[in-house]
Design a protein around this ligand. Sequence first.
Ligand code: SAH
Length: 256
Amino acid sequence: MPARFTSLLVGLALGLSACTRPPPDPAPAGPRMEIDYEAARAMMVDDIVRQHRAQRRQPGMPREISAAVLAALRATPRHEFVPEEQRPFAYADTPLPIGAGQTISQPYIVALMTELAGVRAGANVLEVGTGSGYQAAVLDHLGARVHTIEIIPELARAAAATLARLGHTRVETRIGDGYAGWPEAAPFDAIIVTAAPDETPAPLIAQLAPGGRLVIPVGPEYGVQDLLLITKDAAGAVTTTRVTGVRFVPLTRERD
Ligand code: SAH
């Protein structure tokens, strides 16, 4: 083989190996890029207000997202409820994966459901589908007595740990099938269901207090579901209003 040709091959091989070498370690010194989570959260809340303005004329929509709900969203560090690699996206208006094939809901939907639930300080509230614990933390910031139930044990445990770490010691967590509600803690002034059954579980309506409000996505698995507001009046009469279309993970049952 001619010498020039050989050196060309060697050069190519070296060049190729240079291309496939792993990238150098990230710069060791210098300040790390810090994300200003508080500013990001303020922008998220502004975005929620803007989105709601565009939607609020639709029938069934609340007139506004109240100042109390917006303050609770501003006070809840969503980035603490998502896996480390999702933190840069924590304040985008999008659902994010939280493990076990589940997601933390889109912030606007959390705002809308919380508003629809009409939660006041001291209200007795049930959440079905703890997931990351974020919605429970928002409800705790509103001063509610929060009970939250999750069917996937590892998510329930992780959420309980996050809630405790952030000081939400009043929130009561439980592992189980929320289809049956939480009879010992009923009746509830508000129930928020964050996974979609194909029809409203009867036990949840039964566990609603007079004057209570149940907010629940109902519809086909992995399709578009109807977000429903179900209210019970002082005489126990139940009224259902469709609010909007949503996409939630399915409500699974213990036997699934
Ligand atoms: N509210 C959550 C998001 C929930 S995602 C948050 O703020 O992060 C829906 C959750 O409902 C999933 O974690 C899923 O495991 C749970 N889930 C599904 N079916 C359930 C059931 N029958 N009882 C309780 N939790 C259920």
